[in-house]
Design a protein around this ligand. Structure first.
Ligand code: AMP
Ligand code: ZN
Length: 111
């Protein structure tokens, strides 16, 4: 996916504040944070969204969630939120699957 902005971040073609990287995943700060801490977890492989996932992606999805928890703790968050926007009608703007992890505000907006 040559025109995918997150694939470009994986290839280091465009910069991002990377906070974690391994063979499978990349984690970087959201460019427009909605909280004191706000990062995005992506698989290095291009998958458009949760809508494209099935049972074969269970391990990847589980690993992403646990990575989010561990990195949230490392960033001093005792509690945090996770969000996955799926499809244009689900508010997705970048079509490379990602989990938002954010927190740190004193006051939590109720959703
Ligand atoms: P979503 O609506 O879930 O697709 O959200 C995409 C997120 O990616 C938004 O929160 C953007 O602020 C973020 N984003 C877009 N481009 C970049 C970038 N180059 N580096 C970091 N975050 C980005
Ligand atoms: Zn991509």
């Amino acid at each position: 996916m040559t025109d995918c902005i997150f694939c470009k971040i994986v290839k280091k073609d465009i910069p991002a504040k990377i906070i974690y990287e391994d063979e499978e995943f990349l984690v970087f700060n959201d460019i427009k944070p909605i909280d004191k801490v706000h990062f995005l977890i992506i698989p290095k492989t291009h998958i458009e969204s949760l809508l494209e996932c099935d049972e074969t992606n269970l391990e990847m999805l589980g690993k992403m969630l646990l990575l989010g928890k561990n990195l949230a703790h490392q960033h001093g968050l005792r509690g945090f939120r996770t969000m996955i926007n799926s499809g244009a009608e689900g508010g997705q703007e970048v079509f490379h699957i990602h989990i938002h992890v954010y927190g740190g505000s004193e006051k939590l907006a109720k959703i």
